[in-house]
Design a protein around this ligand. Structure first.
Ligand SMILES: C=C(O[C@@H]1C=C(C(=O)O)C=C[C@H]1O)C(=O)O
Length: 186
């Protein structure tokens, strides 16, 4: 496995971004509904998820800090690619702290190719979604096949009691082509 080091990006709230997000970009990055559902609709029946990596591993420093831990922490990591029309549209990395997840009754490890959105947005879910933060995602954090500089990403934490699931989504070039939006500086 190649380990690529990259510094954490500066994550900023929508009101901290200068210039502000263009309307078309904001329409996707700031939509608090289920991205899985929106992509499924956009794909016309061709939506799919492929799990690229998952397991217990050390979380990144910016993830530990966002989940309220100072210093190092371990957690469940799930990295997926969401496809539409056979194109890679969104890379997503979802993480939760091991210490909390183990007693929380959320079977992240049993999801496989079913979308996490089913658990987070399901009918009986009690998750509350936190505010979005945006950044240009470090290319070194993307799997080699998807690696590009400067891609827009967003993250937000889904909270249910003590359990936080931090979901980061990176919007890939084929997605912006599909929606015919120029996200700027690609
Ligand atoms: C959070 C959602 O779930 C999506 C599904 C994911 C998965 O299956 O790993 C990851 C990120 C999300 O984009 C959503 O639908 O909005």
């Amino acid at each position: 496995m190649t380990v690529v080091c990259a510094h954490p990006p500066l994550w900023l709230g929508a009101d901290q971004l200068h210039p502000a997000l263009a309307d078309g970009v904001a329409d996707w990055l700031l939509d608090a509904g289920s991205l899985t559902q929106r992509l499924t609709a956009l794909s016309g029946g061709t939506f799919g998820i492929s799990v690229l990596d998952e397991g217990w591993m050390p979380l990144r420093s910016d993830e530990c800090a966002t989940l309220g831990v100072t210093g190092d922490c371990q957690g469940w990591v799930r990295e997926v690619c969401m496809f539409g029309q056979e194109q890679p549209w969104v890379f997503a990395r979802s993480v939760a702290l091991r210490s909390i997840l183990e007693g929380a009754g959320l079977a992240l490890d049993g999801l496989g190719n079913r979308p996490l959105g089913e658990l987070l947005f399901g009918e009986h879910t009690a998750f509350q979604r936190g505010a979005f933060q945006m950044a240009r995602y470090p290319a070194g954090w993307l799997p080699a096949a998807l690696r590009r500089e400067n891609l827009w990403s967003r993250r937000s934490c889904f909270q249910r009691d003590a359990l936080g699931v931090l979901v980061t989504e990176v919007f890939l070039p084929a997605f912006w082509e599909r929606v015919r939006i120029n996200p700027g500086r690609l």
